[in-house]
Write a protein that binds this ligand. Structure first.
Ligand SMILES: CC(C)(COP(=O)(O)OP(=O)(O)OC[C@H]1O[C@@H](n2cnc3c(N)ncnc32)[C@H](O)[C@@H]1OP(=O)(O)O)[C@@H](O)C(=O)NCCC(=O)NCCS
Length: 162
């Protein structure tokens, strides 16, 4: 990735982040979400102070990783759910790993102690990415939700940051 970058996302990236997320939603391989996102919805992440890291090449953002609160209870303050999405055209080129590794670094700086997510069992790229950054597969939630009317399992992944 010569000319590659990873940096904090900014409000000006919101439209590009929505575009990347919407490709992931359309592909039906990553999330139970089916409604496309708007840039305005992504802007709320910045307003809420959620960490958003972006990776890309030249001037173009190709991937983002973001961390969201897991639960509102105080005891879970340091537990965050992450999501990572790469533009279709740029998958398998290392951008996802760059963005998620950077989010891990930022999460540690913030004093958070755990990142977690849920991954469809069939999502080989995501499971490999997580494993390669030290996430542990905790187990499988069976029939955790329906996507397009079909029950889907999810693999829970977690990484302790302590
Ligand atoms: C999953 C995703 C984020 C991975 O990011 P990426 O940039 O494509 O992956 P990278 O090039 O950084 O590769 C990371 C690791 O996964 C491996 N990998 C990448 N694509 C793979 C694939 N299709 N099958 C198996 N392994 C794969 C790489 O070899 C690499 O392994 P290594 O670190 O041991 O060398 C990206 O493919 C994506 O956005 N997919 C659609 C949305 C999605 O599934 N998001 C995750 C929701 S949980």
């Amino acid at each position: 990735m010569s000319g590659g970058f990873v940096r904090a996302g900014k409000p000006a990236d919101a439209a590009r982040i929505a575009e990347i997320y919407n490709e992931g939603i359309e592909d039906r391989g990553a999330t139970f979400e089916t409604d496309p996102r708007t840039a305005e919805q992504i802007l709320l992440w910045f307003e809420q102070g959620y960490p958003v890291r972006v990776a890309g090449e030249g001037e173009r953002v190709m991937a983002y990783a973001a961390g969201f609160p897991y639960r509102a209870r105080d005891c879970y303050e340091g537990v965050r759910e992450f999501s990572v999405y790469v533009a279709r055209e740029a998958r398998g080129l290392g951008f996802g790993k760059e963005a998620l590794a950077d989010l891990i670094a930022v999460a540690k700086q913030r004093g958070w102690w755990k990142l977690l997510s849920r991954v469809f069992p069939e999502n080989a790229a995501s499971r490999k990415l997580c494993a390669s950054l030290g996430f542990r597969e905790v187990g499988i939630y069976e029939k955790h939700g329906r996507l397009d009317g079909v029950w889907r399992d999810v693999v829970i992944v977690e990484k302790l940051l302590l």
